[in-house]
Design a protein around this ligand. Structure first.
Ligand code: MOS
Length: 764
């Protein structure tokens, strides 16, 4: 199977297991609703985002990009541009040091940073650094490029036709289709009392983070500092060092704040390398942030998918066969994702076949996008499950409850440490009022109400390596040192809460040092819903070690056995005689040492078991049969992500996930012009992300906590992506419930609905 590279990184042998920490029982801080520790900084404008960085003598850079969907650079002339006012440096493929392979580490086939073969609109041709941004942008216009335009392909079908234009040596298939099989699909289908079969598609979506992508680069001799809007400073660190062929020790990447990424900022961009090169040749700091339009075309997308699904089941709903065949295109450069994964693992089924195929097309390259492959999979699988339920005359919730797995069938039947899928179905249905809603008679007017459900899992829940350092100072204040970026999800807050839980230190006494490769320790990028389950246990381990050291010092001074002591708020108390106590500040050993340091690492995951979050979403919609307009009027999300660390940011994550799901279901679609191959809606006006008017006020989050004591030392399994996987499918199912027609292609636009109504009318 094709693995998702940013989900890898579980290297247990490089980390030592964290100290023995019993699961929390009652908690004082963890699990409560705590506003973000940096909330005021974020809303007041005092938080400095990478986009805000201003350095003395700083230059501004801009990139010249290919205006064609497919072309070659024949000739490039920068002589006029060089003479433009304020211009300090111009980079092209011919510039010394600019011949850098890309992507240096992970992807084949390799191209170069200013490749002369331009495979999509927006590919990098040249870059300019100037005194001001406008001067840099003016100079771009003065660069004369002679392009040889080439024929292009935009769809999977075109790309695989004989004689199609070829993007990379070796053809337009990224790899042979990745096929997975278990049991005997044919047999499973023949045993079925009902079989449904349908092809579904999802549109290409753009991440559209609030803060555009970019970097500021500054050299001090042979040391490079980069401020980057990134989900993972260590990922950028590694790529920058490798691309520039300098030691990692000479590179420092800082990412204190970032305004949204959703997977598009998990990797180092070419712009970072270009900024560093320009800073080197000009001996000045260089700021290079993309324009909003560039962010639409060149920083990734959720690739479009076509998925053919066949399901077979017995009369009682027992699944006998699942077939899931997916083709998609990650654009002009390699991008990997396994769309079929959830289809083969969410439900108990002995006979399964899946295939994932990815081809090159002349369009912007995909990047991981909040649960890569999974929302698309849910769109197809969960609509098919609804069709199957209808065919069997079964309630959709009941059908799903009939097929709950206890193991990961795709991964050697390894048992889950906890499975909240059934509880999510039951508790979600209760909170939604599912039975009552479905039983209610539909209104007679032109606006029809409908109710839908969709289930999901997310196959991963973090792991090593992650190192966190906690320091307790003699005045009782604490420094929390972590490598993780806070990508807007509240990482700083929940990590502080974990430290506060262990040390009894109030949040306002905890200062945070984070996301800086020069001063913090390695952790994987914040993505894959891994930050809570990977970094949380490391934070707990670090605080635990500090506590152990503190109690050991106190035991000596109190002349009591250390096992008898516990830390309670700002005091160390004997568990046998509560009159025997010592204030933390009065511990002489701490006074003498000034600081106690705890280093915590993330221990390995439980052997032979799988940790994964589950979720079930319920949607209520209104469909206007006169206009084809769909309104989402109510959503309930039942999430099994283990123990919530901060119930407030947990809920916020889910609300954000639901909004993104509404986007997939109803509004979002990258539109490429068939004549030119260019994106025609690369702006916030024409690319429709949901606004407040599209989002229902009535949204409820049900936290299903299975009390998982095995998954890791915090009991948390991760919430970011499970919060968005099932939403769009639940909405599509609700639409089908409302009006009896099913939109199989996302997004569900009024035009598509009207077409279906017309077809229904014709059929009578
Ligand atoms: Mo997410 S796509 O792992 O940021």
């Amino acid at each position: 199977m094709v693995e998702l590279y940013w989900l890898q990184g579980a290297v247990p042998e490089t980390t030592k297991p964290s100290p023995e920490m019993p699961p929390w029982k009652e908690t004082a801080v963890v699990g409560k609703r705590v506003p973000r520790v940096d909330g005021y900084d974020r809303v007041s404008g005092s938080a400095v985002y990478p986009r805000d960085i201003l350095l003395p003598d700083m230059l501004h850079a801009a990139i010249l990009r290919c205006p064609h969907a497919h072309a070659k650079v024949k000739k490039i002339d920068v002589s006029a541009a060089e003479k433009m006012p304020g211009v300090r440096a111009i980079l092209t493929a011919q510039s010394p040091g600019a011949d850098i392979p890309w992507f240096p580490r992970r992807d084949k086939p390799s191209t170069s940073i200013f490749d002369q073969h331009l495979r999509c609109e927006g590919d990098e041709v040249a870059a300019v650094a100037a005194d001001t941004l406008l001067q840099a942008q003016d100079a771009l216009k003065a660069i004369k490029v002679q392009y040889e335009e080439l024929p292009f392909v935009l769809s999977v079908e075109e790309a695989l036709k004989e004689g199609a234009p070829v993007l990379h040596e070796g053809g337009n298939r990224v790899a042979p289709p990745a096929v997975y099989e278990r049991g005997d699909l044919k047999k499973g289908l023949s045993e079925a009392d009902a079989v449904v079969e349908r092809t579904y598609t999802t549109a290409c979506e753009i991440h559209v983070p609030m803060e555009v992508h970019g970097s500021v680069a500054k050299w001090d001799g042979n040391r490079l500092t980069v401020w980057d809007s990134t989900q993972g400073v260590f990922a950028v660190h590694e790529t920058v060092a490798e691309a520039l062929k300098i030691p990692m020790a000479n590179v420092r990447v800082i990412g204190h704040y970032m305004g949204g990424g959703f997977g598009s900022k998990l990797e180092c961009g070419k712009y970072t390398i270009i900024a560093a090169l320009l800073a080197k040749v000009t001996a000045r700091p260089v700021k290079l942030f993309l324009t909003r339009e560039e962010t639409f075309t060149m920083t990734g997308n959720r690739p479009p998918n076509k998925m053919s699904v066949r399901l077979g089941a017995k009369k009682d709903g027992t699944l006998t066969a699942i077939e899931f065949l997916s083709t998609g295109t990650g654009g002009a450069y390699p991008a990997s994702a396994t769309t079929s994964f959830m289809a083969t693992d969410l439900y108990l089924c002995p006979n399964v076949k899946s295939s994932d195929e990815n081809v090159f097309t002349n369009a912007g390259r995909a990047r991981p996008f909040r649960a890569p492959g999974f929302p698309q999979c849910a769109w197809a699988l969960e609509q098919a499950m609804d069709e199957l339920a209808a065919r069997l005359g079964m309630d959709p919730v009941e059908l799903r409850l009939k097929n709950i797995p206890k193991t990961s069938q795709r991964r050697g039947n390894q048992p889950y440490t906890s499975t909240g899928l059934a509880d999510c179905l039951r508790e979600g249905a209760k909170a939604f009022g599912w039975n009552e809603a479905r039983a209610r008679k539909k209104p007679d007017g032109p606006v029809k109400k409908g109710f839908g459900v969709a289930a999901s899992l997310w196959g991963y829940a973090g792991g090593p390596p992650s190192t966190v350092i906690v320091k307790l100072f003699s005045d009782g204040s604490v420094n929390l040192n972590m490598g993780a970026a806070d990508i807007g999800t509240g990482t700083k807050t929940f990590m502080s809460m974990i430290v506060s839980e262990e040390l009894g230190v109030p949040l306002e006494k905890i200062q945070i040092e984070h996301a800086d490769t020069g001063t913090t320790q390695y952790t994987a990028p914040s993505g894959g819903s891994k930050t809570v389950p990977s970094d949380g246990p490391a934070a707990r381990a670090a605080a635990w070690e500090v506590k152990k050291k503190l109690l050991a010092l106190a035991a000596e001074e109190m002349k009591l056995p250390v096992e008898e002591l516990m830390l309670s708020g700002a005091e160390i108390v004997s568990t046998k005689d509560s009159t025997k106590k010592l204030a933390v500040k009065a511990v002489k050993g701490l006074e003498r040492q000034q600081v106690l340091v705890g280093v915590g690492t993330r221990g390995p995951n439980p052997e032979g078991k799988i940790v994964t979050p589950f979720a079930v979403h319920f949607a209520e919609v209104e469909v206007d049969e006169r206009t084809g307009e769909v309104r989402v009027t109510r959503l309930v999300a039942a999430q099994d992500s283990g123990r919530p660390m901060n119930r407030l940011t947990y809920d916020c994550q889910v609300f954000g996930g639901l909004v993104m799901g509404i986007g997939l279901a109803r509004t979002e679609e990258r539109v490429l012009d068939r004549q030119t191959g260019k994106m025609v809606n690369a702006n916030w006006h024409d690319y429709k992300i949901p606004t407040a008017l599209d989002v229902p006020v009535d949204q409820k989050v049900v936290a299903v906590d299975p009390g998982d004591t095995e998954c890791n030392a915090t009991g948390a399994k991760g919430i970011g992506e499970p919060a968005t996987i099932a939403t769009a499918a639940a909405i599509a199912n609700a639409v089908a419930d409302a009006v009896g027609v099913r939109v199989v292609d996302s997004p569900i636009t009024p035009i598509r609905m009207s077409q279906l109504f017309r077809e229904r009318q014709k059929k009578g």
